[in-house]
Design a protein around this ligand. Structure first.
Ligand SMILES: [Zn+2]
Ligand SMILES: [Zn+2]
Length: 165
């Protein structure tokens, strides 16, 4: 579970803290699948809310932009966010809040941090060979004939010229 009962904190005095242990298997964070979530988060009662601080380790399933293979991408999600307590005025846009029955759900925050952790161009390995542009072979695991005779359109027209003369 990544939802926690924080009723012990909502009535507590400022500075009171609680450790939220996150330890799950595969999870679906809305539109994002993660292999696991693991970490210890500090939840601290602050003015008007609960501050959560800590790091959650996770693993995202990504697709390599070069070879299109899927691979596991380990990430460390740093959390530092104040969840507003119910009945403490209007929530600002995009802010997090404790539910009316004193539950704190870390899933939306973890999802947001996980999306931020995804690289612009995910690569399975920094030296991924990618796919052969002609036959589509995955050059990480196989070699193909066209690899040695690289097709270049400029060569083809030159060859035509030579054949004509
Ligand atoms: Zn790759
Ligand atoms: Zn090829």
């Amino acid at each position: 579970m990544i939802r926690f009962d924080v009723s012990a904190l909502t009535q507590a005095r400022l500075g009171t803290s609680l450790t939220l242990n996150v330890d799950t298997g595969p999870q679906c964070l809305d539109d994002l699948e993660v292999g696991f979530l693991c970490g210890a988060i500090q939840a601290i009662r602050v003015q008007g809310g609960i501050l959560v601080q800590g790091t959650v380790k996770s693993q995202l399933g990504l697709e390599c932009v070069r070879c299109l293979g899927s691979f596991d991408f380990p990430v460390a999600l740093d959390l530092e966010e104040t969840f507003q307590l119910p009945g403490t005025g209007t929530r600002s846009e995009g802010s997090y809040a404790v539910s009316d029955d004193d539950w704190l759900d870390l899933a939306p925050l973890l999802r947001e941090q996980a999306w931020l952790a995804i690289p612009m161009k995910p690569l399975c390995h920094s030296n991924c060979m990618g796919l052969c542009p002609q036959c589509g072979a995955n050059l990480n695991t196989e070699s193909c004939a066209c690899d040695r005779e690289r097709f270049d359109p400029r060569w083809a027209s030159l060859k035509d010229l030579m054949e004509q003369s």
